[in-house]
Ligand binder design. Structure first.
Ligand SMILES: [Zn+2]
Length: 317
């Protein structure tokens, strides 16, 4: 959706509230506190309802990323649209300039929008590529030139160990979705638990490189290994899709954000996942996003202002 359309269609708080209500509840308003459908609109404020069962009053924003925000919803919709339309991401400074809010507001709302991009777990299947990548910290030197090992093999051996980089594990289904996770320690156990969470066991085939810890995954799933010291691909055996994904994320971060701390990296990973997973979506992007953001209301209730705890639980190991 173009920003100009958002200006026209969602230019008042009431219009935005109505949109959110339809997306969250359909035709029947449901109390977010006790789930009763016995409610009535109040006269005090547009979009405020009162529950006949628990006697509390609420708007559609209760328990969502929009709760307790002083920023009018039309601004939220504009910010979300800008973020959805920016292929590689957009930093808070640019958001601020485009929407005319303070830097702090832009930054804070952008973080919440990222939370709204978190999709419920779905299981990947078919051919799944799994790989890890390292974010942040100083670029490590490759020692390949100083000894006789082939350069590609040397990259494999180094694996970012002993550096201060943050390790992120990614899994992508070819022609499908991607899931990534900050994994503090690349232990066999952590890799296996991620695989079990995001991959279907039956009729799936896993592709990895020859990093030792992936061997253990064979107890759960069939696996083919590409040895990068010999070739980048061998027939269908390769991990080019996930490597392409890492480039997409790293170029996006490099081009748009100065640096991202370990604490906030999971938020950005969620945003890039969303961008990649909806790259072929032809419908209304804003509506699609809003629907997702409102969907898991229960979890979102805990995601109070600036709290990173829940994202950590989901995106970290
Ligand atoms: Zn109620």
């Amino acid at each position: 959706m173009k920003l100009s359309e958002v200006y026209k269609k969602y230019n008042t708080q009431a219009k935005c509230l109505k949109k959110l209500e339809v997306l969250r509840w359909g035709k029947t308003v449901k109390c977010p506190y006790c789930e009763s459908k016995s409610t009535r609109p109040t006269k005090s404020e547009a979009g405020r309802h009162s529950c006949k069962t628990c006697k509390r009053s609420f708007t559609v924003m209760v328990g969502t990323i929009f709760e307790h925000s002083a920023l009018p919803l039309p601004k939220w919709f504009e910010l979300a649209t800008l973020m959805l339309n920016a292929k590689g991401g957009m930093n808070a400074m640019e958001l601020k300039r485009n929407v005319k809010v303070t830097y702090k507001t832009a930054y804070y709302v952008a973080m919440r929008i990222r939370i709204g991009m978190l999709e419920p777990d779905t299981k990947l299947n078919g051919i799944i590529e799994m790989d890890e990548s390292y974010f942040g910290g100083k670029a490590r030197k490759l020692r390949a030139v100083t000894d006789n090992t082939p350069s590609l093999a040397k990259v494999d051996l180094k694996r970012g160990r002993g550096t201060h980089k943050i390790s992120v594990v990614g899994m992508v289904q070819r022609k499908g979705k991607v899931r990534t996770k900050v994994v503090e320690k690349l232990t066999k156990r952590n890799l296996l638990s991620m695989l079990k969470r995001y991959a279907k066991k039956d009729n799936s085939l896993l592709m990895t490189d020859c990093f030792r810890s992936y061997k253990t995954l064979e107890q759960y799933i069939d696996r083919l290994v590409i040895n990068h010291s010999k070739a980048y691909s061998k027939g269908i055996t390769h991990i080019n899709t996930i490597e392409g994904y890492w480039s997409f994320v790293k170029n996006g971060i490099r081009g748009n954000f100065k640096s991202i701390s370990k604490k906030y990296l999971p938020f950005y990973l969620i945003e890039y996942e969303w961008k990649y997973n909806h790259r072929n979506f032809k419908g209304n992007q804003l509506e699609n996003f809003l629907k997702n953001a409102l969907k898991h209301e229960k979890e979102l209730e805990y995601w109070k202002a600036q709290s990173t705890q829940q994202v950590k639980e989901i995106a970290y190991d």
